[in-house]
Design a protein around this ligand. Structure first.
Ligand SMILES: Cc1cc2nc3c(=O)[nH]c(=O)nc-3n(C[C@H](O)[C@H](O)[C@H](O)COP(=O)(O)O)c2cc1C
Length: 392
């Protein structure tokens, strides 16, 4: 069954929720593991008052028995403490950069509240809960992902080389969820300066995924290309305006000889090796066995304490965009949301490759596939007719 996510909930309604279909039976889903991930999404220097109110916890309302998935749809609920929807005032002056204006026109309303309550990134709490489940599934199959902040405004982090575990440890110790501890002071100054000026800050997040088997995604059907799916998953995150895979836009500036990753002979029993990973682990719309490396650019948030010009839909008066309680910077949170989105997409592609109604079946099928794939580049055997044997 295909992995499929839908979410529901208004920012200040009683809760946000995710329905996740297609998770095989037999996966242990401890609520604490989901909660730990939700807590990461709430972190980051620059968040607004809302995150001081909320204490995100998942309630798993369906799909588990004895702490393990039954293979049925999972229902993941995150309650809002700030559940004030029915008491909140209308918003009649659309904020430039938010969903307000286009949503008011689309829905035929002078009250942007009807739009922003759903357009708000509060729904990414539900996405993060589902992503945490996808990460548990991937871990069972030897795949680990970490999302982190790579830059804030003009402040670029020096992201250390290292595996996902060390990246994650460094990330978790940082107030910006950034593995470069040395960047924190400049990032703090940037965010504090923006706050004092009534402004906001954007940045770039990166997700690294290790242990990905080759061949996830597809070269035969455009919609099934893994790069397209990863890009769409990241672009669906509110405020993400650009996506890169591997070298990304830098590849366009290099000659081919400096943009591609030489193929070296396999070590005994393994896959051919690569001396670099400019492709970011994806070639021909498929994972190629190297770590997947994707980046997403988050624009500076559009709710400004010193707002830009806007027009009141009720009075017609010129004025400024509505001000709301808001984050100054949500790039660290976006890194966690991006990790969730990527984990869900990789898990979906993995399950397409392996099939399987149970985790045992998924792992059995994955093992059989990897054994067969390793034989493709094993030392050639001679066929009885003298030619190199064709492998199937
Ligand atoms: C984790 C996260 C938190 C966000 N917090 C805010 C916020 O506090 N204020 C704001 O104006 N936008 C915030 N956004 C961005 C808006 O949700 C987004 O800009 C808006 O929905 C319009 O969509 P668009 O930017 O993709 O066009 C946040 C986005 C993310 C991913």
């Amino acid at each position: 069954m295909a992995l499929r996510l839908s979410t529901a909930g208004e920012s200040h309604g009683p809760a946000v929720a995710a329905v996740l279909e297609g998770v095989p039976a037999g996966l242990a889903v401890p609520a604490e593991a989901v909660d730990a991930f939700l807590a990461l999404r709430q972190r980051g220097h620059g968040r607004g008052g809302r995150m001081r109110i909320e204490r995100d916890r998942v309630e798993i309302l369906a799909g588990l028995r004895g702490g393990r998935t039954l293979g049925n749809p999972l229902v993941l609920l995150v309650r809002n403490r700030d559940a004030t929807l029915e008491r909140l005032p209308p918003v009649t002056r659309p904020r430039p950069g938010h969903a307000d204006l286009a949503g008011m026109l689309k829905m035929g309303t002078r009250d942007a509240r009807d739009v922003l309550e759903r357009a708000s990134a509060r729904s990414t709490a539900a996405l993060a809960a589902a992503g945490a489940v996808a990460s548990l599934l991937l871990r069972e199959c030897g795949i680990e992902a970490a999302g982190y902040c790579a830059s804030l405004g003009e402040v670029r982090a020096a992201v250390p080389d290292g595996d996902v575990a060390s990246l994650r440890a460094a990330r978790d110790a940082s107030p910006f969820l950034c593995p470069d501890a040395g960047a924190a002071a400049a990032m703090t100054a940037l965010v504090d300066g923006a706050r004092a000026a009534g402004d906001t800050v954007g940045g770039v997040v990166e997700v690294r995924v290790e242990g990905v088997p080759p061949g996830l995604g597809d070269f035969r059907v455009p919609e099934a290309r893994l790069d397209g799916r990863l890009a769409a998953a990241l672009m669906r995150i509110p405020a993400v305006k650009g996506v890169e895979i591997g070298l990304g836009f830098e590849a366009a500036r290099r000659p081919g000889s400096g943009a591609h990753d030489p193929i070296l002979p396999a070590r005994r029993g393994g896959f051919p090796r690569r001396s670099s990973n400019h492709a970011g682990g994806v070639e021909g719309g498929m994972s190629n066995g190297e770590p997947i490396l994707v980046r997403a650019a988050m624009k500076p948030l559009s709710t400004l304490r010193r707002p830009l010009p806007s027009v009141d839909a009720v009075t017609g008066a010129e004025g400024t965009g509505a001000t709301q309680r808001s984050d100054v910077c949500a790039v660290p949170a976006c890194a966690i949301v991006a990790e969730a989105a990527v984990a869900l997409e990789v898990a979906a592609a993995l399950l397409e490759k392996t099939g399987g109604d149970t985790m045992a079946e998924v792992k059995r099928n994955l093992g059989a596939y990897l054994r067969a794939a390793r034989r493709v580049f094993a030392a050639p055997r001679r066929s009885s007719s003298g030619g190199a044997a064709r492998r199937r």
